[in-house]
Design a protein around this ligand. Structure first.
Ligand code: ADP
Ligand code: MG
Length: 392
């Protein structure tokens, strides 16, 4: 009788006799920092720039920009770990700024939550800091706009806090390739940000990153063939602009899919299924981080195959009107700016379209296209309770 009581769960649980592929699941996690990273020109440029501060303590604030999964966070975390190990007498702070204001970030850096007064927090920070510091502000493009006050403070702390004598070098990280253009002139000119662009990974680079994860996280490297590793790299390069996170997660889910079916070898079918899962997961996470306006603009592209910037703006305004949403539409310029951001995150694609007008003169037109699954957008909208009707 007990036999009949078994649920479907048993199908998914590995037993002692099961064939296994994965030895260490942590190796495939987003938060994992490998003991060696695959280096490339971007990495070397970054080391060269930051070494100026390490050697001479002359601040030169950096902004690292690039598409998701181009290795920005891991490269900076890797450097932070290395600096902590070696004795350079530099304090390193890393803070993810998503949805955070100046106050939030300063409270976390000082570990002092007794006040929400920005002026006091600046003083506390200055008093507590014992060494020169590198401050990493990740996902700065998703922070609360009031983060500017903090950036301004870090750009000239010695003028703001009398007798403060430490040097501070900022490293900002952003998906938005034009983020600093949105800063006020005062902040921008005070920061003098030096941009470093991280290009999307090429197929050979993704292959070597995947291989090092296989080595670390698989029981037996032979669980996956060279050809199948190449397939993951090619697929992510083609579909997700070389997003390395998607590649690594696809590798992990492929192994899991094979294990579920009692195999200790990955086959092509496992990869196709895994790729779908990891893309969905990455997209879903990107949508959760969008602001309402950004999500609405994405929604306004839902029923068109391809559209121009002007059409996208019109759709957005129409939807707010038709759905009677309690928001005021943002300006056309703002919508264009947001479309740019959505492209940088990989949620839409832009392409240049040359077409002759009535007089036979060629005109440049930018066409945009949605790159995420509709249902993921609906799901996020309903979670936020932006009650939009499905207009099928
Ligand atoms: N050069 C590299 N060497 C090893 N692993 C890497 C490298 N670049 C990226 N990865 C891995 O790929 C994933 C995505 O990288 P991440 O740094 O989070 O991208 P980004 O911050 O640009 O979105 C992470 O799991 C990271 O460890
Ligand atoms: Mg990152």
């Amino acid at each position: 009788m007990a036999e009949n009581k078994k649920t479907q769960l048993t199908k998914f649980i590995l037993t002692d006799e099961s064939k296994r592929i994965i030895s260490n699941p942590n190796v495939f996690k987003q938060t994992y920092t490998p003991d060696l990273i695959v280096e490339r020109r971007e990495t070397t440029d970054f080391y060269r720039e930051i070494s100026v501060f390490i050697n001479y303590r002359k601040p030169s604030h950096l902004i690292i920009k690039g598409f998701p999964g181009s290795g920005k966070t891991v490269t900076v975390n890797f450097l932070a770990d290395e600096l902590k190990k070696e004795k350079h007498d530099i304090e390193v702070f890393t803070e993810n700024c998503s949805a955070k204001s100046s106050i939030d970030v300063l409270q976390n850096l000082t570990k002092d939550f007794s006040t929400v007064n920005f002026h006091d927090l600046q003083k506390i920070f200055a008093e507590k800091l014992e060494k020169d510091a590198i401050i990493v502000l990740d996902e700065i493009d998703r922070s609360n706009p009031r983060i500017e006050d903090l950036l301004y403070f870090f750009s000239r702390p010695k003028e703001i806090i009398p007798n403060f004598d430490k040097n501070i070098n900022l490293i900002l990280i952003s998906n938005n390739l034009r983020w600093e253009e949105g800063l006020q002139d005062k902040t921008r000119s005070s920061l003098q940000l030096k941009p470093l662009i991280f290009a999307p990974y090429s197929i050979p680079q993704i292959i070597s990153i995947l291989k090092s994860r296989v080595k670390k996280g698989f029981i037996n490297e032979r669980a996956i063939t060279e050809e199948l590793i190449k397939k993951i790299a090619e697929d992510t390069e083609r579909i997700k602009r070389g997003d390395c996170r998607v590649a690594i997660e696809t590798l992990f889910y492929s192994a899991q899919n094979a294990e579920m079916e009692g195999r200790d070898e990955i086959i092509e079918k496992d990869i196709n299924k895994a790729l779908k899962t990891s893309i969905e997961q990455a997209d879903r996470e990107k949508l959760t981080k969008l602001k309402d306006t950004q999500l609405l603009i994405l929604y306004s592209m839902l029923y068109e195959d391809e559209l121009t910037l002007t059409e996208a703006y019109k759709n957005y305004v129409d939807i707010i009107k038709e759905e009677n949403l309690p928001v005021k539409p943002v300006s056309k310029i703002m919508v264009f700016w947001i479309l740019d951001i959505l492209e940088n995150i990989g949620l839409i694609d832009k392409r240049l379209d040359m077409k002759k007008d009535g007089k036979g003169i060629p005109r440049r037109n930018i066409k945009i296209k949605l790159k995420v699954d509709r249902d993921i957008i609906f799901n996020e909208l309903s979670l936020r309770d932006l009650r939009l009707s499905r207009r099928e």
